[in-house]
Design a protein around this ligand. Structure first.
Ligand SMILES: Cc1cc2nc3c(=O)[nH]c(=O)nc-3n(C[C@H](O)[C@H](O)[C@H](O)COP(=O)(O)OP(=O)(O)OC[C@H]3O[C@@H](n4cnc5c(N)ncnc54)[C@H](O)[C@@H]3O)c2cc1C
Length: 417
């Protein structure tokens, strides 16, 4: 036992949600300890937003969250939304800078966000213990938890489980939180990688590595459309990446786990509809008949991509554009606006930014994130069966759930007599 002290709140995991929970609980007057198994807190936060930390989003929409219980994220966010998150972050010195609605720290350094969290943890006299792995949480009765670690046990009245998911295990988020929650009776929907690259079958990807271009990604399982998104698509030697791919990736994860055939249809001319693109191609054919087929898409698509698409038509690159039969333009149109690729897998948890799946939210109270099964236990952040799209949604979820849980768990009962 770590001394005889009984903590009002023990937070398991010193990530974004755990630190927000700890600070909020301590501000209520609670004694708080944070147990973190890495050598420092906030490791995942350091990698966010390519090191710039996209803290939130002014235009946050409820439908940017996915959860088996559809209304749950909105219900929780209605109690602590962007305004409250901004106030919370500013309360310990984070200065928010906005770019197209996306929030970053003014210095655009994730490390600065972690620094300011650490300063506030100290100011609130929160005991932060790093290098301790929690392997069991025992509920012994009302206001009585025993938290077992590899370096001894801790006693607490409330426990906030903020151990993250399985995404980016190098940051400490290794999935152990699911087991801790399951041992306490919670149901876990199998976690799968989300906000992640998609691996594809086609051999031509080797030639396309490094290409970036504006486009629309539409994902299908068999004939069923799953999701679509628009933005900069990145082509790699194994498949597709970039923000629009990340946004739809969780649907690919789920469909692949259910053994569905998954394909992505890429539209490389998303600003034109099919007829506009047809007219555009006809115009080019009529005006540039002298150009060789190999140059028909020059200046429209990146060269490597144009070459793969033109090759798919089977026409020699040396042929003059004027001599190409009209039917070939239809084929070209289809390859440019509906380029089909077969998705075979997602990249692993190592590359995923978050997970879909997690603790069943039917077992969680939306007002304070307390377990409906174990009184005094709170479950927050990425551990829950809620995943947000790119754009600050997942950190907003960490602030929202962490602060709501911390406020509730940290309330210190007034001593009578
Ligand atoms: C590369 C990358 C970029 C991202 N960029 C953004 C972005 O810009 N904006 C955005 O909104 N979201 C972003 N995300 C997602 C966001 O970072 C997470 O959703 C958020 O950090 C989750 O917070 P959390 O506290 O729930 O989990 P985590 O941050 O994963 O924290 C969990 C903590 O618990 C600890 N822990 C786990 N198990 C134990 C145990 N048994 N004992 C003790 N400690 C334990 C872990 O070490 C970890 O520190 C990004 C994620 C990644 C990987």
């Amino acid at each position: 036992m770590q001394g005889r002290k009984k903590w009002r709140v023990i937070v398991v995991g010193g990530g974004a949600a755990g630190m927000a929970a700890g600070i909020t609980a301590a501000r209520q007057g609670a004694s708080v300890t944070i147990l973190e198994h890495m050598d420092r807190v906030g490791k995942k936060l350091l990698s966010t937003g390519n090191g710039r930390c996209n803290l939130g989003n002014r235009f946050l929409r409820e439908d940017g969250y996915r959860c088996s219980q559809k209304a749950f994220p909105g219900n929780v966010l209605s109690r602590f939304g962007i305004k409250e998150a901004q106030e919370f972050l500013e309360s310990f010195g984070i200065v928010i800078k906005e770019k197209n609605g996306y929030w970053y720290p003014k210095s655009e350094q994730a490390a600065a966000v972690v620094d300011l969290f650490e300063i506030e943890l100290k100011r609130q006299q929160i005991q932060v213990i790093t290098g301790y792995t929690v392997h069991r949480i025992l509920f012994q009765g009302e206001d009585d938890f025993l938290v077992q670690t590899d370096h001894g046990d801790f006693l607490g009245e409330r426990v906030i489980l903020a151990a993250g998911s399985k995404a980016a295990p190098f940051t400490g988020s290794d999935g152990s939180g699911y087991q801790l929650a399951e041992d306490l009776g919670h149901r876990i929907f199998s976690p799968l990688p989300a906000l992640v690259q998609l691996r594809c079958q086609e051999k031509f990807f080797k030639q396309l590595s490094g290409v970036r271009c504006e486009g629309k990604v539409t994902l299908y399982a068999g004939a069923k459309k799953l999701a679509e998104d628009l933005g900069e698509i990145q082509l790699t030697d194994y498949g597709i990446s970039g923000i629009p791919v990340f946004q739809v990736s969780r649907y690919a994860s789920v469909a692949l786990a259910n053994k569905k055939q998954v394909k992505a249809v890429l539209d490389f001319l998303p600003s034109m509809n099919m007829e506009e693109a047809r007219q555009f191609f006809l115009f080019r054919r009529n005006h540039f008949g002298h150009v060789k087929w190999g140059d028909f898409l020059t200046g429209i698509l990146p060269k490597k991509l144009a070459s793969v698409i033109l090759k798919e038509t089977g026409i020699s690159f040396q042929q003059n554009v004027a001599k190409i039969p009209p039917a070939i333009y239809e084929t070209l149109l289809n390859h440019t606006k509906a380029f089909e690729v077969t998705v075979t897998a997602t990249n692993s948890y190592e590359q995923a930014q978050t997970c879909c799946g997690g603790v069943d939210t039917r077992e969680i109270r939306p007002e304070n994130l307390e377990s409906r099964l174990v009184p005094g236990l709170y479950l927050v952040g990425e551990l829950l069966d809620v995943d947000g799209i790119c754009g600050g949604y997942n950190l907003q979820w960490a602030w929202t759930t962490g602060c709501l849980a911390g406020k509730s768990a940290g309330k210190v009962p007034i001593a009578l007599g």
